[in-house]
Design a protein around this ligand. Structure first.
Ligand SMILES: NC(=O)c1ccc[n+]([C@@H]2O[C@H](COP(=O)([O-])OP(=O)(O)OC[C@H]3O[C@@H](n4cnc5c(N)ncnc54)[C@H](O)[C@@H]3O)[C@@H](O)[C@H]2O)c1
Length: 290
């Protein structure tokens, strides 16, 4: 059968947008970034990855997939090796994370924090001048009280003995799953700041993006484990949850040259939820998150 498209679009061989995680928001980001860049999608779930690649290709995107468990240093090393043979990375959108459904705080910490560190190490050598890395954090990152000792441990999750050190700074008490989520997301915001400083000399920008309540599978399924989630929606100044399209559009803007001097900051995409929590004294370990 003759291919309908006989000539490759000029951008098909340009540096890729590397999307980590092809869940709901991951796919939204792929669709937004795929309008300007060829896509390389990474996920641990091979079937989901195959479906995502097929769907995006049928929609007209230039896309390939790479199966990888981002918590496994051997696998992220292999990802780095694959990237080094390609056209370079123009955008890194690190979206993959898990919520309380995972039921294991160590595994959650591994996926939400160790994974982004390993992926950053793997992708950095292939990032081209003008590239941008956007780490998807969460409004939850603003909910825990700052603690210098805990932050210092969370800043270096690849250090041997990380989990023991975590337990030590937490006084030997295992963190709850919501606490673990918030710690991992706070640490991700800090990681983006540190990488922005370290990678600036390569003209690579690094930012984090913190969604509030989004209407996604994760929001619905993990949110169902958070008491009073529905009541919290009415506290959002805009009176509703955000959509995948709204969060992905901001990520694509931050990744684009239109944001070429925006670097090392966190950008909340939360309909004003953070502002309300600030006004009510709920941020940084104040009253229970609203
Ligand atoms: N939905 C909300 O209300 C909300 C609010 C704040 C922040 N966020 C953040 O937005 C992002 C949500 O992304 P989503 O909607 O695409 O989530 P999702 O749950 O739909 O998808 C997550 C993807 O990550 C993949 N993944 C899990 N473990 C992995 C591993 N070890 N290696 C590689 N891939 C792995 C999964 O297979 C899945 O495809 C997360 O970072 C989340 O913390 C969401």
């Amino acid at each position: 059968m003759t291919d309908f498209v006989e000539r490759k679009a000029y951008y098909a061989e340009a540096p890729v947008a590397l999307i980590i995680g092809c869940g709901d928001l991951g796919m939204g980001c792929a669709r937004a970034l795929g309008q300007r860049h060829p896509l390389l999608i990474v996920d641990v779930d091979g079937d989901r990855l195959d479906r995502a690649v097929e769907m995006l290709r049928n929609e007209g995107h230039t896309v390939s997939g790479h199966k990888c468990d981002i918590t496994d240093p051997q696998q992220t090393k292999a990802l780095g090796a694959a990237l080094s043979k390609g056209p370079g990375v123009r955008v890194l959108a690190h979206v993959a994370a898990v919520g309380p459904r995972i039921k294991d705080w160590r595994r959650m910490m591994a996926i939400n924090l160790i994974g982004p560190h390993l992926v950053a190490q793997a992708a950095h050598p292939s990032m081209v001048r003008g590239a941008a890395a956007i780490l998807v954090s969460s409004l939850g990152g603003y909910m825990c009280a700052p603690d210098q000792r805990r932050d210092a441990v969370l800043d270096e999750p690849l250090k041997p003995g990380f989990f023991d050190a975590m337990l030590e700074v937490l006084g030997g008490v295992e963190p709850t799953l919501p606490e673990t989520y918030n710690y991992s997301k706070r640490a991700l915001i800090r990681l983006a700041e540190k990488l922005a400083i370290a990678w600036g000399k390569d003209e690579v920008r690094v930012l984090s993006l913190s969604p509030g309540m989004l209407h996604t599978s994760m929001g619905r399924l993990d949110g169902a484990l958070t008491p009073g989630r529905n009541e919290k929606v009415v506290q959002i100044p805009l009176g509703r949850q955000g959509t995948i399209v709204e969060a992905a559009a901001v990520l694509a803007f931050l990744a684009s040259d239109a944001a070429s001097f925006v670097n090392g900051i966190d950008v909340p995409v939360d309909g004003g939820h953070r502002a309300v929590n600030t006004a009510n004294g709920r941020l940084y370990g104040g009253k229970q998150p609203g």
